[in-house]
Write a protein that binds this ligand. Structure first.
Ligand code: 5GP
Length: 114
């Protein structure tokens, strides 16, 4: 996993991103290397490195991220369905050390994932 937290820089607006949603707790923006016609990342503004680093105190925040994803899926016309992914640490395929939910849609997904 990279050590540099590019998502904190997106929150702080020191690097650009195509932001689609923002509130006090979260930010959502298009992935720079989309893996589907719609590929948006939903992140907490609180710095949490991985899902493993979240605690009971983050329960409402984690639920909030899922409801933001649901709202964005509606907004982006993913009425036929979509997939949410959270990669956790090295073996989970996480590359950016800031918790994020991938919202993928606009095509049929396959299972199992690679
Ligand atoms: P992970 O592999 O950690 O689950 O997902 C990280 C995601 O962040 C990848 O899909 C990658 O394309 C995306 N990403 C990495 N750097 C940037 C960036 O600077 N801007 C945006 N918009 N996405 C990024």
């Amino acid at each position: 996993m990279m050590t540099d937290n590019v998502f904190m820089k997106i929150i702080q607006r020191t690097i650009p991103a195509r932001i689609v949603y923002e509130d006090d707790l979260s930010l959502a923006f298009h992935d720079i290397h989309p893996q589907a016609p719609v590929h948006v990342l939903i992140i907490p503004k609180k710095e949490i490195r991985t899902l493993d680093d979240a605690s009971k105190d983050d329960q409402a925040l984690l639920g909030h991220l899922l409801l933001v994803a649901q709202q964005l899926a509606r907004q982006l016309n993913l009425d036929k369905g979509y997939r949410l992914v959270i990669n956790c640490k090295e073996q989970g395929g996480q590359t950016v050390p800031h918790l994020h939910v991938h919202l993928l849609g606009g095509r049929a997904m396959t299972w199992p994932p690679g």
